[in-house]
Design a protein around this ligand. Structure first.
Ligand code: PLP
Length: 416
């Protein structure tokens, strides 16, 4: 579908065709970017397009078996307006702290539509979780004991699931979060003994949470992991003190960030899930099957916009210096988990194409060589006041950046 090879076979970014271009200007939320910037008054900012999120969810739902529930993992983009919007379009929310839980409870009324995962939950985290009655994904035996003590003290039976560290690996995930020694979850081989103990404690067993990785762009690897996730769940269910009522199979669906990467073929993943869900209906008839996604729901809908302050030529190379950078968008600078720095897709938002393009380095205002948004990118000539856009910025952008580093103003966020 997408031609990801450029001239001479060098890889290109997939087209950022989730947004329209009218009169050579990028449109976000149906409005020209220049109007949004003017209305907003100042740059830099993040802008998120509801319609792109909605389309992504609709396409996903039509590809997946009908009875799979979709949860939004809030840490990808915790802006309350985004969470509110996605809470309305999904079947629940996944949180990873008491802070996220507080926001989630504003938008989801049924507590068992919220699940709480994360290693090293504080007393405050566990207290808030037990009091609100959300499903706690227990990450260890120690945590189970702490929850039991709180439950006893408060005379409640909190719904719990065991987060399992699987005994298989999600091949080629950007960030592996399962298999081998991990701080996340309970090693699969230790789960039967934990279930024995759980029987004696004041808690309601709901099921399992099996999350094996993030940012995966290989359909075959995802399918294999999903097949193994169900097999593992069926195996562990035999040791459960009660029928499994909830099975969270994780997510891990990736989006293309770098040259040569392609969008996932969701249809093939949906087709693989169909027989798995059918078997689950037979073997775990009471189980609600949940997929939890963060990045996949928000990343493509977001852009980061900063403004050119100055152009500068140094020994033959042109630097386009902007008022935004690493402090606002750590991931695009390459300092959030990348080993070899690659460029996010960029454009000049107020002048998408021009007869002549030039090769430039787009950098931020910080006094560190790490503050790079684009290394040797081709753009129309950019001058002071022009708008540099970083695509694929709706997840792990604003909230995952060190905004106080060098004490520049924080960027703003807008949902359109
Ligand atoms: C971070 C996280 C997610 C979301 O991962 P994405 O790659 O953003 O989809 C889902 N579940 C758990 C347990 C996580 O920690």
């Amino acid at each position: 579908m997408n031609n990801t090879k450029g001239r001479g076979g060098t890889p290109k970014h997939v087209p950022m065709n989730q947004f329209n271009v009218i009169d050579n200007c990028l449109q976000i939320g149906g409005k020209p970017l220049v109007d949004i910037a003017r209305q907003f008054g100042n740059t830099p900012f993040y802008a998120y397009d509801r319609k792109v999120m909605r389309t992504q969810i609709e396409q996903l739902r039509s590809a997946l078996p009908a009875n799979i529930h979709l949860h939004y993992a809030m840490k990808a983009n915790p802006m309350p307006e985004v969470v509110s919007y996605l809470a309305g379009m999904t079947d629940g929310l996944d949180v990873a702290s008491a802070g996220e839980l507080q926001v989630a409870l504003e938008f989801v009324t049924k507590p068992t539509r919220i699940s709480f995962a994360g290693p090293g939950k504080s007393d405050a985290d566990l207290c808030a979780a037990v009091e609100s009655g959300v499903i706690i994904n227990m990450e260890s035996n120690v945590e189970m004991r702490r929850i039991a003590a709180l439950a006893k003290a408060k005379s409640v039976r909190p719904p719990v699931a065991i987060r399992v560290n699987p005994d298989f690996e999600l091949k080629s995930a950007g960030m592996k979060m399962g298999s081998g020694p991990k701080p996340f979850g309970v090693d699969a081989e230790c789960v039967p003994a934990m279930l024995e103990t759980l029987k004696t404690l004041p808690m309601e067993f709901m099921g399992f949470h099996i999350f094996s990785g993030s940012q995966n762009l290989r359909e075959l690897a995802i399918m294999e992991a999903q097949t193994k996730t169900f097999e593992l769940a069926f195996r562990l269910a035999q040791f459960a003190p009660a029928p499994v009522r909830w099975l969270n199979i994780g997510g891990g669906l990736g989006v293309p960030y770098f040259p040569g990467e392609k969008r996932l073929d969701i249809a093939s993943i949906g087709a693989n899930l169909l027989p798995l869900i059918k078997t689950a209906r037979e073997r775990m008839p009471e189980a609600e099957i949940v997929m939890e996604l963060g990045r996949y729901l928000t990343a493509e809908a977001g852009i980061y916009v900063c403004e050119v302050v100055e152009r500068k030529v140094s020994r033959g190379q042109t630097f386009v210096i902007t008022n935004g950078g690493l402090h606002h968008h750590l991931a695009a600078s390459g300092n959030f988990g990348q080993i070899i720095r690659k460029n996010y897709p960029l454009c000049l938002g107020n002048r998408i194409s021009a007869d002549a393009v030039e090769e430039v380095n787009v950098v931020g205002p910080l006094c560190t060589p790490l503050d790079v948004l684009g290394n040797k990118v081709s753009l129309p000539r950019a001058d002071s006041g022009d708008l540099i856009v970083v695509f694929q910025s709706g997840a792990y952008g604003f909230s995952a950046s060190p905004k106080d580093f060098l004490s520049h103003p924080h960027p703003r966020e807008i949902l359109l």
